[in-house]
Design a protein around this ligand. Structure first.
Ligand SMILES: Cc1ncc(COP(=O)(O)O)c(C=O)c1O
Length: 406
């Protein structure tokens, strides 16, 4: 189709996590077996908790297959409110929750609600790929202060200040914080979050905090919700079923507006308008997630059975990749990712894009380039596969680097 037929925004959409799919499919059709460590989908590795699966089936058997109210099932919104109260002592009414089709839809709504052509937003890099996609779809522009690699990928208040100071153009509308982070697999410190909140307040930015991995912490990691530190400051929290419940396919997300300030109220109103435009989030999934949230004991048992394994895998991957000598990675303490800096001065390879493409073709390992997360010169490894698979993958990565050593 000629370019002019497709909108400018529509013709530029890409997902770096999936971009090698064509090559991968071609290789597989010719009989190659690939190690795919590019997609952070726990649903591919772990079965949905049985009580959630049962609730999904029951919802269908009981005829819950029509649209639900656009804001989402009332009991589910109530359960979201109870979760935040129980876990973090954050109180909000069920009226301040909007159920979305995954956090992804909330990200789309959020940009449509706030961003007009030429508006800008602060997004810390490295960032989850979709943040940029939806910002660009609204013709917005990003300001990308870097997280501090030397400080465990925490927020760097000076870097943030500089990025804001040197930004030319309209005042940024929102600041997006991810905690724990994809792709770094690290949680932010309370100090870092406080600095970000202060900067947002001083610059009149709406704070959006994507906390979709908030229960996926390894041994000693701690998590602090923005909701706890930003009392009285306009903000929105995002969460959902995909990571903590390993239920990516349910496509359930929550947009939460804990404050009742004017900005939050008007963004919520826009969300409700957009939710109405798409009628309803998936109905059986909402009943399934209701069971997931109400049955906290089962959920905790489920996580207690999985997290130590994920933590061991992340730690192993971290140790092995650093031992190759070709990378430097910060130790992950949450989620299921490892983000490693490539030591390019040792390699005859141009950039991370070339690195991942050649690695796939030569060693059958598919992973994602750092530039896809706004941070060229890195690779992201998903640490959900078993220790044996991760060891095999990293051995291949090492062989690949040795073959391209200069
Ligand atoms: C930080 C972050 N936010 C949101 C999402 C998307 O979540 P959902 O499946 O709820 O759309 C992901 C998925 O990887 C993510 O890493």
């Amino acid at each position: 189709m000629e370019a002019s037929f497709i909108s400018e925004a529509g013709s530029n959409i890409e997902n770096p996590i999936l971009e090698q799919g064509r090559i991968a499919r071609e290789m597989e059709s010719q009989g190659s077996r690939l190690i795919k460590i590019n997609i952070g989908d726990p649903g591919m590795y772990f079965q949905l908790p049985k009580n959630i699966a049962w609730a999904y089936k029951k919802a269908i058997d009981e005829g819950h297959t029509s649209y639900l109210e656009e804001q989402g099932l009332k009991d589910l919104r109530d359960a979201v409110s109870t979760r935040y109260e129980d876990l973090y002592g954050i109180s909000f009414s069920l009226d301040n929750v909007v159920v979305t089709q995954g956090v992804s839809e909330a990200l789309s709504f959020m940009n449509q609600a706030m961003i007009d052509k030429g508006d800008s937003a602060v997004i810390f890099k490295p960032f989850f790929t979709e943040y940029l996609t939806y910002l660009k779809l609204s013709n917005g522009m990003g300001i990308f202060p870097s997280l501090d690699e030397r400080n465990g990928w925490d927020i760097d208040p000076d870097g943030l200040e500089m990025a804001l100071k040197y930004h030319k153009g309209k005042k940024p509308k929102y600041m997006l914080i991810t905690n724990p982070n994809n792709p770094t697999g690290t949680a932010l410190s309370e100090k870092g979050i406080r600095a970000a909140i202060e900067a947002a307040k001083d610059n009149d930015m709406y704070i959006v905090s994507d906390e979709v991995y908030d229960e996926m912490l390894h041994d000693n990691a701690t998590f602090t919700s923005v909701g706890k530190l930003a009392k009285g400051i306009p903000h929105m929290l995002l969460n959902g079923a995909s990571k903590n419940y390993m239920a990516t396919g349910l496509r359930i997300g929550f947009a939460i507006f804990p404050e009742e300030d004017r900005k939050s109220a008007s963004i919520k109103k826009a969300f409700l308008g957009m939710a109405g435009a798409r009628l309803s989030a998936n109905t059986p999934s909402q009943y399934a997630m209701l069971e997931g949230l109400r049955n906290r004991e089962k959920h905790q048992q489920f996580l207690a059975g999985k997290l130590p394994q994920i933590s061991r895998q992340s730690e192993l991957a971290y140790k092995l990749i650093n031992e190759t000598g070709f990378f430097n990675a910060v130790k992950p303490d949450s989620a299921f990712y490892l983000f490693a800096r490539i030591n390019f001065d040792m390699l005859g390879i141009k950039d991370d894009k070339e690195f991942v493409e050649l690695l796939l073709r030569e060693q059958n390992v598919q992973l994602t380039r750092g530039s896809g997360f706004g941070m060229p010169g890195f690779i992201r490894i998903v640490t959900l596969p078993s220790e044996a698979v991760l060891t095999d993958a990293i051995n291949r990565i090492k062989r690949f680097c040795e073959a391209h050593q200069r």
